[in-house]
Design a protein around this ligand. Sequence first.
Ligand SMILES: Nc1nc2c(c(=O)[nH]1)N[C@@H](CN(C=O)c1ccc(C(=O)N[C@@H](CCC(=O)O)C(=O)O)cc1)CN2
Length: 288
Amino acid sequence: MTAAQRPRYTLTLSCPDQVGIVAAVSSFTASFNGWIVEAAQHADSETGLFFMRQEIYVDSVPFGINELRKRFTPIAEQFGMIWKIRDPDVPHRVVLMCSKQDHCITDLLHRWSTGDLKFHLCGVISNHNDLRSLTEYYGAPYHHVPVDPKNKTPAFTRVESLCEEMDAETVVLARYMQIMPPHLCEKYDGRMINIHHSFLPAFIGAKPYHQAFERGVKLIGATCHYVTPDLDAGPIIEQDVARVTHAQDPAEMVRRGQDVERLVLTHGLRMHLEDRVLRYGNKTVVFA
Ligand SMILES: Nc1nc2c(c(=O)[nH]1)N[C@@H](CN(C=O)c1ccc(C(=O)N[C@@H](CCC(=O)O)C(=O)O)cc1)CN2
């Protein structure tokens, strides 16, 4: 087994900044000869918040994860931490959502099938049937939930019950082209991820490439962000851009943009799955 394959606990925390946090957490780990293989921290001067992420070899901890959490609790309480220790033996349960565009979900399904992206795929939900055969090729359950534009409530009630039945921890909108109702955004706050096909905050809403063409931009892009009730305004996880010129029409912009979208979504999901994204307000710390 290589070092990279050696299982790790992931500890993430945020708390009011003060002297002694790193010392306290690191001394805690050292007190039982815990082996820290990765550590990162950020002190945000604007909010006075402190963020930390540590990876600790599981086999260096002489007791189980429940005992580890129990022993860490007094330190967390001392510093007023919001914290989590993730068990690598418990796979991250993910539901993917899509509409008709296949470039993002194809990339996610392939990377899931090869183990490049490590998560438990609970299933795929779509408002169209176009991507059923693709999904079933990968052996994943496909749930067609059509959306009636005149009354969307039944569809999103079904989406919510499916996500509950599948015990979804994270929901990924892989070019799912419906606006999620506020109650679902709140229920999956910080656990619903979208790929928007523009370099936000430019060109929110529908048809951003056409908006970009009309504006004559020289860069197009994609943004992976957490979903909030405010459309395409949630905390940003990852972004990237690609060059365009006067010579590209909207169709070519879409083609070039799709390569950016799929990589931005994959990278953003990877950061989320590895607990590298810590959210505060409408911003994030990403310990890439
Ligand atoms: N509550 C939120 N829902 C969604 C977000 C979000 O940030 N908050 N991101 C969008 C994705 N998106 C652009 O990336 C987007 C999708 C759909 C629409 C839209 O106007 N859809 C129409 C229906 C279009 C159709 O039927 O084809 C609508 O919902 O009325 C705008 C932006 C995903 N959802």
